[in-house]
Design a protein around this ligand. Structure first.
Ligand code: 6PG
Length: 251
């Protein structure tokens, strides 16, 4: 498990979400068998909603909800009932199915985003029983790909890109004139598996750049699990500009 990307291309978004749900469930069942629980960090944005709805649809009865622990890789600086809230999206799509005690949301309603990040870092440290300098090893971290090559809330040109100690930070995103609360690279790259979900023609050019131009320096290109899998799950429209070499190299 070296972080060499794996690429899986699905015909349609529906096929993508089914493939991602099967992978999610297989990893959950394996993690519970190996160490008694499955820790997953959810992504926000619009793409994963279809996956969350499918997982909650009953189509995957073997999903061990009672032993699955849900966290968030990033959050907008808004209360949990706000339309822009990643928590709200995931809750409405899926988390209403999960035991409330198994859901750990980012307290982004806090006025001070930095304080919200510190509280969430403490939540990770106590849940994973971390000692000083230790990292939380998530079984699975879900990520999306932004049109500017960002993932989680690690945007180009922002301070969080160079954070090497903290697990969670408040990151000022000037183009949105707001803070986001986000996992840092040490957490992302310590995961057993990072799964990028990306679909639609509007992601084709950035996906080509990210997978075929390693020197481009996009934030999503710095996600390379040190001892874990890096899985790109995309639909045919998002993969439309990838070269046959890339498709065969990463298949
Ligand atoms: C967020 C996300 C962000 C998202 C990408 C892709 O809070 O917005 O965590 O990183 O995954 O922007 O978003 P879409 O899936 O909506 O294209």
């Amino acid at each position: 498990m070296s972080g060499q990307p794996e690429l899986r291309i699905f015909a349609t978004p529906a096929h993508l979400f089914r493939g991602a749900a099967e992978e999610f469930c297989a990893q959950a069942v394996a993690a519970v068998a190996q160490h008694g629980g499955f820790t997953v960090a959810l992504s926000g944005g619009s793409t994963p909603k279809g996956l969350y709805q499918l997982l909650a649809s009953g189509a995957f009865p073997n999903l061990p909800w009672d032993k699955t622990y849900f966290f968030f890789g990033d959050e907008r600086h808004v209360p949990p009932d706000h339309p822009d809230s990643n928590y709200r999206m995931a809750h409405d799509a899926m988390l209403a199915n999960a035991p409330a005690a198994n859901v750990f949301r980012i307290p982004a309603e806090m006025k001070d985003a930095g304080a919200a990040a510190s509280v969430y870092e403490q939540t990770l440290r106590s849940f994973f029983r971390l000692g000083p300098g230790e990292l939380p090893r998530f079984d699975l971290i879900l990520l999306g790909l932004g049109p500017d090559g960002h993932c989680a809330s690690l945007f180009p040109g922002t301070d969080a890109l160079t954070e090497t100690k903290k697990l969670v930070v408040a990151n000022w995103v000037d183009k949105f004139k707001t803070h986001r609360v986000t996992f840092t690279y040490p957490v992302l790259n310590d995961a057993a598996c990072v799964m990028f979900l990306s679909c639609g023609a509007d992601k084709a050019s950035i996906l080509r750049e990210v997978l075929e131009n390693p020197q481009a320096g996009f934030p999503s290109q710095k996600v390379r699990p040190t001892n874990g899998r890096l899985l790109w799950m995309v639909d045919r429209a998002a993969a439309a500009e990838l070269s046959p070499q890339t498709k065969s190299r990463l298949a």
